[in-house]
Design a binder for this molecule. Structure first.
Ligand code: C2E
Ligand code: CA
Ligand code: CA
Length: 867
């Protein structure tokens, strides 16, 4: 549509300019044609003037030469040259434009040559030719002026005006000359109309002259000024003639000469003026051509502009499509997506015209800000203030408000998170060492057990307990104790593997949870490494401390839960602590069964003793004089008739009783029962010189109640102190010697005898025995069993006993050979199945009475046939 408009406008413009080009071309041609008419007019005037001058001169009786001198111009008698000039001028005018046909001129000349017409008729006929020419000129000038106005060019119009004036001014001058000539040659009746004519044309001439002198058409104005002097003379002469001689005909020679000069100057001026139309026509033509060129150039420019604008329009359409329509389409698309809530947009490219670029950039900003807003909202919703979007600035009031509220919110949430983390840490960590605490260790263990049940790899749980830490804490102070615990914690973490958990369980108890350990040996090695690192000296404030720890290790079973596993590790560490310092004990099921049995027995024993020991009974085994065979003493050996279990041998409950004060209870019961039995038996003569031997545990010897228990047994049975033998094991006597020695001295002071039981098993060394103040040494039955191989060793014991003045007893004598060797070595007393097993009181009474009846003070009893 705009393209059509542009094309229409341009084609109209081009047409207009082409019209102007045509018009100006025509105008230039017309102007030149007009010049030809002007020349024809001049030639007609001159031909007439030549004829009239010759004719008028003749009428005045003057020769042409005389007239020539009078008017100052040559007057030629022959009309030929003037006629030829007119013919040439008429031929120059195209036939259609000719003001008169050539025939008219030819007939006039023929009439003149034939002298058939009067001078007056000839002048009239020439005057008609002249008027026709001037009329043609006027018509031509009028057409020219119309065309100039039509073209609309001011300068062209002025040139045409100047042209019209140039043509007119010559006519006016010619008219004046004719009038003046009439005055001069004719006089009489011609004077008055000639004078009127002269006055009228003088006024017309004056106006035309004024226009020409101020004409803007430079060549015309210049030509006009050049003729000004001649014109001025003529005008002055006319004024004089008009003023002074009006109404009179000049007849004297002086007047004629003056009039001739005036006429001459008029003719000269006319001659000059007759050149003006051509100059003006040239100016008109030049201007018309210039205007035509301008119009042509304008048309060409317009055409070029039209082509350019069409090209431009096409290019613009194309550009619009690419630069505006496409980005606008993309922009619209993106806006729709944003409207649908899709903010994951690629930024729009910043291409196209500025408005589109600005719109795209603005949209990009809006989309980016919306995206940022979305991210901020998400961060807010999830309370995740570490995201970069949180700190990214969002322009505008919404952004300011959002970032302010997010700041407040994030700092308060952050504070709460930090507080929660602190509380969480406090809840799961030990404040002193920074290790995981009991609760956290149990949680970790539970999780590890769950993993272990899936993978099948057992977990190694170790319980570590510092040895004698309470003593260190008490002696060095709690602050040092705390520092030691911190060092120990650090060392444990350093010695453990990456991924193992070290936790503080309580005061000086720690736990090590290790996953993916190869087996028991690897787990033990790991714990050993931890214990070794702990046991390196610790220097605090210049003082060296030696901390050691014991450990119990357990490998998880699929059925274990955390608490079961912890209990097992605890049992293992309990056992390791009893075994040796800085030991590692591995928990195993058989051991645990024994332990369970142990504690079960202990509990039952404790209850039974508390109830008076009714399930206990004593058997007695005689100790005989090796030489005479006399029964020297009866060793009381305890049995436990446990309901549902039958008779239990002392080996199965004495060691358990020895681990607690129960042993003292038990020993006291045996002391009382045995002394009471001896007192009861004393009614029989066989028993009058017999003693009772009671086994006393080493632990009981060091018990403050020991002496009291012995005294009370003697007192309640009224048995003589020297009839009581206390058998105390070598190990017990040595392990706490000073305290044991004092107690032993105390009971010996009462008259009670003391025997070293199980001699040779305690690794004491014979030298140690010298320091013991005892009455008897009982060689352990393992030596007896190995006789005669250990004869020399037994001999040494016998020598020692003799040297110290102490009795020697051999127990476990089962064969006559053993008895023989022992007798030979000088052993004073013998005990064993060879003579008699341990028998219940009734059986022993029978055995004693049977021997007595058989008159056997010594030798094997009848019942020993089973050995
Ligand atoms: P013991 O003091 O060495 O007691 C001797 C043990 O050897 C007894 O075992 C006895 O039955 C056994 N015996 C005696 N002759 C022979 C023999 O020819 N061959 C063999 N193989 N064994 C023989 P029993 O009665 O089982 O006592 C075991 C241990 O229990 C005793 O060793 C003693 O240390 C402890 N014991 C027994 N009764 C008491 C008690 O009333 N109080 C304390 N404190 N300990 C007791
Ligand atoms: Ca014994
Ligand atoms: Ca023994």
């Amino acid at each position: 549509m705009p393209l059509l408009l542009v094309t229409a406008v341009v084609s109209r413009l081009v047409t207009d300019r082409q019209d102007i080009v045509h018009a100006t071309t025509a105008l230039a041609d017309q102007a030149m044609a007009l010049t030809d008419l002007a020349v024809l007019r001049t030639r007609v005037f001159e031909e007439r003037r030549q004829y009239e001058t010759v004719a008028q001169s003749a009428s005045l009786g003057l020769s042409p030469d005389a007239v020539s001198s009078l008017i100052g111009m040559e007057v030629v008698a022959d009309p030929g040259p003037a006629r030829a000039a007119t013919d040439a001028a008429l031929a120059a005018v195209p036939p259609a434009d000719r003001p008169f046909p050539p025939g008219v001129l030819r007939s006039l000349r023929a009439d003149i040559d034939a002298s058939s017409v009067s001078l007056e008729d000839v002048s009239t006929r020439f005057s008609a030719l002249e008027s026709g020419t001037v009329a043609s000129l006027d018509g031509a000038i009028s057409a020219l002026s119309d065309r100039a106005v039509e073209i609309g060019d001011v300068r062209l119009e002025r040139a045409v005006d100047a042209m019209a004036d140039s043509v007119a001014v010559a006519s006016q001058r010619g008219h004046q000359i004719q009038s003046l000539a009439a005055l001069w040659f004719l006089g009489g009746d011609s004077i008055v109309p000639a004078m009127a004519d002269l006055a009228q044309t003088a006024e017309l001439y004056r106006r035309t002259a004024t226009r020409l002198s101020s004409s803007s058409v430079v060549p015309v104005a210049e030509a006009w000024r050049t003729n000004q002097a001649t014109g001025a003379d003529f005008d002055a002469a006319i004024a004089v003639e008009l003023g002074g001689r009006l109404g009179e005909a000049p007849r004297d020679p002086a007047d004629l000469r003056a009039l001739g000069r005036v006429l001459g100057s008029g003719l000269r001026h006319y001659e000059q003026l007759s050149a003006l139309p051509e100059i003006a026509a040239t100016a008109v033509s030049d201007r018309a051509v210039a205007r035509g060129d301008e119009a042509r150039a304008q048309a060409e420019r317009a055409t070029a502009a039209a082509v350019a604008s069409v090209v431009f329009a096409l290019a613009a359409a194309l550009w619009f499509g690419r630069s505006i329509a496409r980005p606008l389409r993309t922009l619209t698309e993106q806006i729709r997506r944003v409207g649908d809530g899709d903010l994951a947009l690629e930024p729009l490219p910043l291409t196209g015209p500025p408005e589109i670029r600005v719109a795209s950039a603005a949209f990009n900003d809006v989309a980016a800000n919306l995206g940022l807003l979305e991210q901020k909202a998400l961060a807010l919703a999830e309370a995740d203030f570490a995201r970069p979007a949180v700190d990214a600035p969002l322009p505008g009031r919404l952004g300011d408000a959002l970032s302010a509220s997010m700041h407040v919110l994030s700092s308060s949430i952050l504070e709460r998170q930090q507080l929660q983390e602190r509380l969480q840490h406090q809840a799961t960590h030990d404040a002193l060492t920074g290790l995981a605490n009991r609760r956290s260790a149990i949680e970790t263990l539970t999780a590890a057990l769950a993993r272990s049940s899936r993978s099948g790899d057992p977990i190694a749980l170790s319980f570590l307990d510092l040895d004698d830490f309470k003593a260190t804490n008490d002696s060095s102070g709690h602050s040092v104790g705390d520092q030691l615990l911190q060092v120990v914690a650090e060392r444990m973490v350093a010695a453990a593997r990456q991924g193992d958990l070290v936790a503080r369980f309580g005061g000086d108890e720690f736990v090590l949870i290790a996953e993916r350990v190869g087996g028991a040996a690897d787990a033990m090695a790991l714990v050993r490494r931890v214990l070794d690192s702990i046991s390196l000296p610790i220097t605090l404030d210049g003082r060296q401390h030696h901390i050691r720890a014991s450990a119990g290790v357990v490998l998880s079973q699929p059925s274990d839960d955390a608490m079961t596993l912890l209990a097992k590790a605890d049992q293992a560490v309990y056992r390791s602590k009893r075994r040796a310092p800085s030991a590692v004990e591995l928990y195993d099921e058989t051991l645990q069964q024994a332990l369970r049995h142990h504690s079960e027995v202990e509990a039952a024993l404790k209850a039974m003793l508390a109830a008076g020991g009714q399930e206990l009974e004593l058997e007695y085994q005689p100790i005989l004089d090796a030489t005479t065979g006399e029964v020297q003493s009866l060793e009381a050996l305890v049995r436990w008739n446990r309901p549902g279990e039958g008779q239990i041998r002392p080996d199965r409950f004495i060691p358990i009783a020895e681990e607690s004060d129960l042993i003292s209870e038990l020993d006291r019961w045996v002391l009382q029962a045995a002394t009471r039995q001896l007192a009861a038996w004393s009614v029989h003569h066989e028993f009058r010189r017999v003693s009772v031997s009671v086994n006393i545990s080493g632990r009981h010897v060091t018990d403050p109640s020991f002496v009291e228990n012995v005294l009370s047994a003697l007192a309640q049975s009224s048995v003589d102190a020297h009839r009581l033998v206390l058998e105390i094991t070598e190990t017990a006597l040595v392990s706490d010697f000073p305290s044991a020695a004092a107690q032993i001295d105390a009971v010996r002071a009462l008259g009670v005898q003391v025997a070293v039981d199980d001699f040779g098993t305690g690794h004491t060394g014979l030298a140690h025995v010298r320091t013991m103040t005892v009455d008897e040494i009982k060689i352990d039955q393992t030596f007896t069993a190995e006789l005669p191989e250990v004869t020399e060793l037994v001999r040494l014991v016998m020598d020692l006993g003799r040297h110290l003045g102490v009795r020697t007893v051999a127990e476990g004598v089962e064969t006559a050979e053993q008895a023989e060797v022992l007798r030979a070595l000088g052993c004073g007393l013998l005990q064993g199945y060879l003579f008699c097993p341990a028998l219940p009181p009734k059986a022993l009474l029978h055995w004693m009475q049977g021997r007595s009846l058989a008159g056997l003070p010594s030798g094997p009893p009848a019942v020993t046939t089973r050995g």
